[in-house]
Write a protein that binds this ligand. Structure first.
Ligand code: TYD
Ligand code: MG
Length: 454
């Protein structure tokens, strides 16, 4: 194939240069020039023409809105995160740390799918032999599972065109390279180009493409999140590689709800779905310990009970604030609120906060639990046993309600918790069996009520 002309264009302003340079000639920002294929503007047969589809002007009501047909993968928790299953022509990106189980899950899903569908597993990371070994270890039925060990994009596209599988997995997008670009595999230019070409093919042919993407140290998908807006669905794998539990979280889904999670346990027979995960993230202490507070968080439609642990310790030098699984900025804010409104002083203390089990909690309803865990650790006094907490804390010291309070309370009651310290606005109209509700309005009130309970 003749070499296509490439240029360097700025990811910030779109200006282009013939050669790479450190600073963009257009907007003067550094390190934003990325190799791209130079495309004549007049070419109507452009490589991306199919991405646009037909463009007839019409009203929304004229368009037939039909539910997309779903192809269930046969792995219930995966389908849940996908919003019911795969969609023909949909492009799914699965991100996660190395070794978390992306390849394992997709191999299991393809094996299930291969019973009634044409599937293709493209591996750029492992050899056919390694994958076959893994499939054998997982006792998967792989008679109809086709494998292609390849990293050249053009060859992969040609194979997809001729084989026309219903579902294709690309493991991983960072190993692919297109011979149109001279950048190295894994560079922003290559990742973007390969994903765009695969997406174009998926839309043209109706093949469902699942891309595996590695996450860089900073937690973003390599290729500055360039993939996230190209694809239809973005799923992230979370979990502590030291524990066996894994979460799949949808962060973007053009075909369903986001923030629905799938929960798995990694076993010696691969990933197994956990249907009833609400008690998974509670550490099993024999007795109540200071610095531990149980939060009911809501993930999609499911409430999850997560233990929040805090350790407050005399600081030597600059006090440290560290969070695992929670937002660090928010911790600083909570400590300020705690000081100003409840008079609890932590400025000479190191504060560490951890969400047990490697879950990441983004919702502000975790605030109150973090705050009470800190108070408990500081006073070296365990919180009352069988207590759950949720609620957002405002800068004025007010406790704001959390969405779906009733469901959270019911789940906690189901798991044997008997007391709930929650925002006034979340107080249920009718009492919930087995759980005593302590409704509060302000931070100082929360700290005060803790002293009375035991
Ligand atoms: P893998 O799917 O290769 O991760 P990724 O593709 O996200 O990099 O996951 C491999 C890890 O999972 C590896 O550390 C071993 C573990 N594992 C099990 O515990 N049980 C199993 O049955 C398999 C296949 C892997
Ligand atoms: Mg892998």
């Amino acid at each position: 194939m003749a070499k296509v002309k490439t240029i360097y264009s700025c990811t910030e302003c779109g200006a282009s240069a013939a050669k790479w340079q450190g600073q963009c000639p257009g907007c003067a920002v550094w390190n934003t020039l990325v190799e791209t294929i130079a495309e004549p503007v007049t070419n109507s047969n452009s490589r991306f023409a199919a991405l646009g589809g037909t463009s007839k002007l019409q009203t929304l009501s004229e368009i037939e809105a039909r539910e997309e047909d779903r192809l269930p993968t046969g792995i219930a928790e995966f389908d849940r995160a996908l919003g019911g299953g795969l969609v023909a022509g949909g492009v799914v990106l699965i991100g996660g740390d190395p070794g978390i189980g992306k390849s394992t899950l997709l191999l299991q899903a393809l094996a299930e799918l291969s019973a009634g569908n044409q599937v293709l597993y493209v591996s750029g990371e492992e050899s056919g032999q390694q994958i076959a070994m893994r499939a054998r270890r997982l006792s998967l039925d792989t008679k109809n599972l086709k494998l292609l060990a390849e990293i050249n994009l053009e060859k992969i596209l040609a194979t997809l065109q001729s084989e026309r599988p219903q579902v294709a997995v690309i493991d991983s997008i960072q190993t692919l390279w297109s011979d149109q670009l001279s950048s190295a595999p894994g560079s922003v230019a290559q990742v973007r180009e390969c994903a765009a070409q695969l997406t174009r093919l998926a839309k043209q042919t109706g093949i469902t493409v699942i891309l595996v993407g590695h996450v860089t140290k900073e937690g973003a998908l390599a290729g500055p999140r360039v993939l996230e807006h190209i694809v239809d669905t973005v799923l992230y794998f979370e979990g502590d590689t030291h524990s066996s539990f894994r979460l799949i979280r949808a962060v973007k889904n053009r075909y369903g709800a986001v923030n629905e999670i799938g929960v798995f346990a990694m076993t010696d027979k691969g990933l197994k779905g956990v249907n009833n995960p609400s008690a998974l993230f509670l550490s099993q202490h024999g007795q109540d310990v200071p610095g531990s507070c149980v939060l009911v968080t809501q993930e999609g439609t499911r409430p999850l009970l997560v233990e929040i642990q805090a350790l407050v310790d005399q600081s030597h030098g600059n006090p440290r604030r560290l969070t695992v699984g929670l937002e660090a900025q928010r911790l600083a804010m909570l400590l300020a609120v705690l000081h100003r409104h409840a008079g609890v002083v932590c400025f000479d203390q190191d504060v560490f906060v951890n969400a047990v089990g490697g879950v990441k909690i983004a919702e502000p309803a975790a605030d109150l639990a973090v705050l009470l865990a800190i108070v408990s650790s500081l006073k070296n006094k365990a919180l009352p046993s069988k207590l759950i907490v949720f609620g957002e804390v405002g800068l004025a010291g007010e406790i704001r309600p959390a969405p779906r309070g009733q469901e959270r309370l019911k789940e906690a009651a189901k798991l044997g918790f008997t007391r709930a310290l929650i925002p006034e606005a979340n107080k249920p109209k009718h009492p919930i069996d087995g759980i005593e509700v302590i409704a509060i309005r302000r931070v100082e009130e929360a700290v005060e009520r803790l002293r009375e309970l035991d």
